[in-house]
Every structure is written in structure tokens, then in C-alpha cells.
Design a protein around this ligand. Structure first.
Ligand SMILES: [Zn+2]
Length: 181
């Protein structure tokens, strides 16, 4: 026989565990909110220090509490200084009722000083806005889609430009569909 009190305690424990794990607010109700939620996830993933690690098995309970506290504080410090916290959304436009484009300014890595413009394509499915693609400016042509054509030197004519092969002239590269764009 299952005791009601046992069921209640188990239920409360499950809820408490989920609440502490779910630090990221997953709001997918608008294209803008979805991109922000995605950033939040990336920050949390980057600073993923395991608070409850297996090493605690070898440590006394009293000392394990102290160690966990040190880890929690380290985690908060890392989160508070993550380079993605300066990301901002420039524009969010609906193309149709179910497709949207979001432009954002982001740093690509820790220590980078000049932010880049990123482009997100999103699709609405079952009430949720999900990311189809995340694009960054092509590093080879600097987002212009054209590169200098040095072969024109040989003919003695003026230096012309040609389509950038890296991005097929679009000026963008895809994070998600890398190799295809
Ligand atoms: Zn290019």
C-alpha cells in the first residue's frame, strides 16, 4: 500500500529538484523571447559546474556542504560575467504569422571587443517560436558577399570583385547548417 504522506513528500521533492534545475526561463512565446531564452541556455551551459558531483561521496557531509557552497558561488560569478550577457536584440520582424527574422548584436567569444550582427530565422510551431537558423557575418568577405578578384591583376585590368565562395555571395554563414550555406 502506498502511503499518501510518502506520495506527497516524493512529489514535493520532484518539484523542488525541477525548480532548482530550471534556472533558465524558457519563454518561447515570441521570436524575441525565444532568442533571449536561447542565449540564457547557452550561458548556463557554458558555466555548467556540477554542484552535486560524484566526488562528494568521498567527503564528509559537513565538508560537502562547504564545497557545494563554494561551487554555487563560483557558478554565480561566472554567470554574472559571461560575455553573452551584453547581447541585445536590434529588431524582430514577422515575415508571416509563422515566420520571423530577428537581428541581434552579439560578441562571438569571450574577450572579443567588436560585436557582430547576427541573424535568426524562426518558425512558429504549436504555439512555440523555434530557431530555424542562426547566421553570422562571413569572416572571409566580412559580410559583403564579394571578395577582390586578384586574377584581374594578370590581365592588367583594374582590380574587380567576385562572389565570395565561402558564403556563396550571401555575406552570411550558418551556425546550425554549417557546410551547407
Ligand atoms: Zn563571404
Amino acid at each position: 500500500m502506498i502511503r499518501p504522506r510518502f506520495v506527497l513528500i516524493t512529489l514535493l521533492l520532484i518539484l523542488a529538484c525541477n525548480a532548482s534545475r530550471r534556472e533558465i526561463s524558457d519563454d518561447l512565446s515570441t521570436p524575441e523571447a525565444s532568442v533571449r531564452s536561447y542565449w540564457g541556455f547557452l550561458v548556463s551551459r557554458d558555466v555548467g559546474i556540477a554542484i552535486e558531483n560524484d566526488d562528494l561521496r568521498y567527503i564528509t557531509d559537513a565538508s560537502a556542504q562547504g564545497l557545494k557552497q563554494v561551487r554555487v558561488e563560483a557558478l554565480e560569478r561566472l554567470k554574472a560575467h559571461h560575455y553573452m550577457l551584453d547581447n541585445r536584440i536590434v529588431s524582430a520582424e514577422l515575415n508571416t504569422n509563422v515566420s520571423a527574422t530577428v537581428l541581434a548584436v552579439e560578441l562571438r567569444y569571450r574577450g572579443e571587443t567588436k560585436p557582430d550582427t547576427y541573424k535568426y530565422y524562426l518558425t512558429k510551431n504549436d504555439g512555440k517560436w523555434l530557431i530555424d537558423d542562426r547566421l553570422y557575418p562571413c569572416p572571409l568577405c566580412d559580410g559583403k558577399g564579394q571578395v577582390r578578384d586578384f586574377s584581374s591583376y594578370r590581365t592588367g585590368s583594374e582590380l574587380t570583385t567576385k562572389e565570395c565562395e565561402h558564403c556563396k555571395g550571401t555575406g552570411w554563414r550558418s551556425y546550425i547548417h554549417a557546410g551547407k550555406s
